[in-house]
Design a protein around this ligand. Sequence first.
Ligand code: TMP
Length: 215
Amino acid sequence: MKIPADRGRFVTFEGPDGSGKTTQLRLLYPWLVEQGYPVIVTREPGGTVIGEQIRALLHDCARTEMSAQAEILLYSASRAQLVAEFILPALDAGKWVLCDRYYDSTFAYQGYGRGLSLDDLRAITRFATQLLKPDLTLYLDVSPEIGLQRRAQSGEALNRLDRETLAFHRRVREGYLALAAAEPERWITVDASLPVSEVQAVLRQILQTWGEKLQ
Ligand code: TMP
């Protein structure tokens, strides 16, 4: 598969905690490279030195005093740095940038989950992203019950958001479903309750078809 070198593409991966995005991206990356796609992978929050420092602060379970407003500004600061330092230059260089979470996480978690005004979040997001919108968003859908159980069994340290209530995680998922329904031309929903290998096969098929359409 040969993609013209001058056309960068921006693909984001979204999903509730425990949806398996990170595992899927780890499996997808070498396969896409093998297929000849000029891909690079990054994540939010993080992906730059500044962003990773912000990530540590955001995920620190000891920081229970963090206000919802400070939280959104920190996620947005990490995003602003990632867009300016990494994503825009990579797209200019013709890369396919695959990003583990992007601004839709803010709408799902801070908007639907925490109940912050979506209009405020849109204004902050416009400023932070320089209006950069994903070309494609792959949404790995899983119920909060399954997602949280997977997280608990993964052995990974739980972060500040993992420790939120089940009701919070239910609102986050409802938020994702609403966001996907509002922009069907950008979002593709994948059933992430399936085994890892099946989800991976579906994602490969989607990206291959999408890549072919771009030629
Ligand atoms: P993850 O990188 O392991 O998915 O963890 C990121 C956590 O941060 C996850 O619980 C979702 C949350 N998050 C937000 O609440 N808002 C955001 O804008 C982003 C990017 C992540």
